[in-house]
Design a protein around this ligand. Structure first.
Ligand code: G3P
Length: 223
């Protein structure tokens, strides 16, 4: 399973990349706004910086919601760097745009997926990735992870190559569950990735190893 980080924050991308486990980055207009990035030139510069920081795919989302606008914006975004993937919302014109991008060799990530039907349609249109939003389904008291299992089963049964990218991940538990449910990729906040490191028995075990080592060192020094 690939690990993407879901942020437009350069320090967080740097920190995740330094672990040597980062396969890519996803962003969205809310994450770009959180970093205070606005204006075409600044947005494009920011995407270029991110694309140079990681060798893998970097999703950059279109703002346009009509076919012509999405195609124009998507081509511009794809031209920023070879690893930019154009993120397109799951709407009628979005599906048209994804089909168009697939024909001209531009990779896409179909975002705001909340059903198996949407994931099937996006794959049919030729999306490189689909992004089901787990946390937002949990937010309305449904079981977000069921959608990952459903899409994984559909794609496996149908031999679909579109990558299943579990998004709106809110915890390290979500990451493990997405892996079990058959996600190809998870995109997560840095806190969820770092949360995977933690186990109290690891801390206790390490403390004991080091204490035992210190003891024998001291004994040898005093002999
Ligand atoms: O990038 C899309 C997705 O991961 C958003 O997550 O936490 O805003 O629902 P969240």
């Amino acid at each position: 399973m690939k690990f993407f980080i879901d942020t437009a924050n350069l320090q967080q991308i740097e920190e995740a990349a330094s672990l040597g486990i980062l396969d890519g980055v996803t962003t969205n207009p809310s994450l770009m706004a959180k970093e205070g990035i606005s204006g075409t030139a600044n947005v494009e510069r920011h995407y270029r910086t991110i694309a140079e920081m990681v060798p893998g795919d970097v999703s950059a989302e279109v703002i346009a919601t009509d076919f012509e606008g999405m195609v124009e914006e998507g081509k511009r975004l794809a031209g920023i760097a070879p690893n930019i993937v154009v993120k397109v919302p799951m709407i009628k014109d979005g599906i048209k745009a994804i089909s168009h991008f697939a024909k001209i060799g531009i990779k896409t990530n179909c975002t705001l997926i909340f059903s198996g039907a949407q994931a099937l349609l996006a794959a049919k249109a030729g999306a490189t990735y689909v992004s089901p939003f787990i946390g937002r389904i949990d937010d309305i008291n449904w079981e977000g992870m069921d959608l990952i299992s459903e899409i994984a089963a559909i794609y496996q049964t149908q031999g679909i190559k579109t990558e299943l990218l579990a998004a709106s991940i809110r915890s390290s538990k979500h990451i493990v569950e997405a892996a079990l449910a058959g996600a190809d990729v998870v995109t997560c906040p840095l806190s969820s990735i770092l949360g995977m490191l933690k186990h109290p028995l690891t801390d206790i075990g390490l403390e004991k190893f080091l204490a035992d080592h210190r003891k024998v060192q001291e004994a040898a020094a005093n002999a």
